[in-house]
Unconditional design. Structure first.
Length: 317
């Protein structure tokens, strides 16, 4: 437990003092599970049991990945997280990933370039990318020399072309979302990196079990496992379903008969409580499972996809 006395910090563990109150600051590094200590503007490192493993004699200590970079007027000394000196170039940094098989290796000698090594330290992919991030399995998001993102595997095979400005895993789903800024194109990929849909000038909405992606010409519904379906297939218990005519939205029944005229700027599907949102002029209202308006649009939200129970809405703030 971190404590202070007369403006000086120390650490106690099980009611026993393990680091005396003689430091101006003590910071916990969660990655390496060490304590960065400062005394009289000199920096060092302590272990969690209170042992000083790097003396507080350096002008600066930077923690990058698994190594500590201690700097003074003599230069830079690289330490392992246990306080022993590391036999590694000061321009090299190593980052752990969530997969123990892989580590990210960064070389800043001539610009900052990223590569991949194995847990045995052997090079898997040389440092030539502007950025690399572990994705899952044996896949990595990488940035090429043109600043475009793609996905490669550990054999450096290109699985998703380097065409994108953004690549991210959609939380709670086995899907990847990619974006091209120049035409606001959103592409959706399955977990095995097969493209499902690509729509320019599009928007995306995420729900618990599916996503909806649409532009002025098309609307696509994708399940969390990457299957493209119709909303009538996806929401089998519903009686009405969101439809669009041009840029306006309304509702139809499962046979395509219009229930609510397409006059709204946006709508949600009917939720488990039997209500759907309707948006017009920047404000939201509510219809019930029969398509009857129970609340004209009066609500303004900072978030998308509001959920209603009668005239009441669930807050996301």
């Amino acid at each position: 437990m971190l404590g202070a006395k007369n403006g000086q910090f120390g650490v106690t563990k099980n009611d026993k003092e393990i680091i005396k109150n003689e430091y101006q600051s003590i910071t916990y590094d969660t990655t390496n599970q060490i304590l960065l200590i400062e005394r009289s503007k000199k920096y060092g490192v302590a272990s969690l049991d209170g042992k000083i493993i790097v003396p507080a004699q350096y002008d600066q200590i930077d923690v990058t990945g698994v190594y500590l970079y201690a700097k003074d007027n003599q230069g830079t000394t690289v330490y392992n997280s246990n306080g022993t000196e590391a036999n590694i170039d000061t321009n090299i940094a190593i980052l752990n990933t969530s997969n123990e098989k892989y580590k990210i290796r960064i070389n800043s000698e001539d610009g900052t370039k990223y590569g991949i090594i194995g847990k045995d330290g052997k090079q898997i992919i040389e440092e030539k990318y502007n950025y690399i991030e572990y994705l899952y399995d044996n896949y990595f998001i990488a940035c090429d020399s043109n600043g475009k993102l793609g996905v490669i595997d550990d054999g450096e095979n290109i699985k998703i072309k380097f065409d994108y400005n953004s690549i991210q895993k959609i939380e709670g789903m086995n899907l990847l979302q990619t974006i091209k800024n120049e035409n606001n194109e959103i592409d959706i990929y399955t977990q095995d990196l097969k493209e499902i849909v690509a729509l320019s000038n599009s928007s995306i909405e995420q729900y618990k079990e599916y996503i909806k992606i649409y532009n002025d010409d098309e609307v696509k519904y994708i399940t969390k496992d990457g299957k493209e379906v119709k909303n009538t297939e996806l929401l089998k218990n519903n009686k009405i379903f969101a439809i669009r005519n041009g840029k306006k939205w309304g509702f139809a029944d499962a046979n395509g008969n219009i229930v609510v005229e397409c006059k709204y700027d946006d709508v949600t599907e009917v939720n488990d409580n039997g209500f759907a949102g309707i948006k017009k002029g920047g404000k939201w209202g509510v219809v019930n499972i029969k398509g009857e308006i129970i609340q004209e649009p009066i609500y303004s939200f900072k978030w998308e996809n509001p959920s209603f129970i009668g005239k009441y809405y669930k807050t996301k703030e």
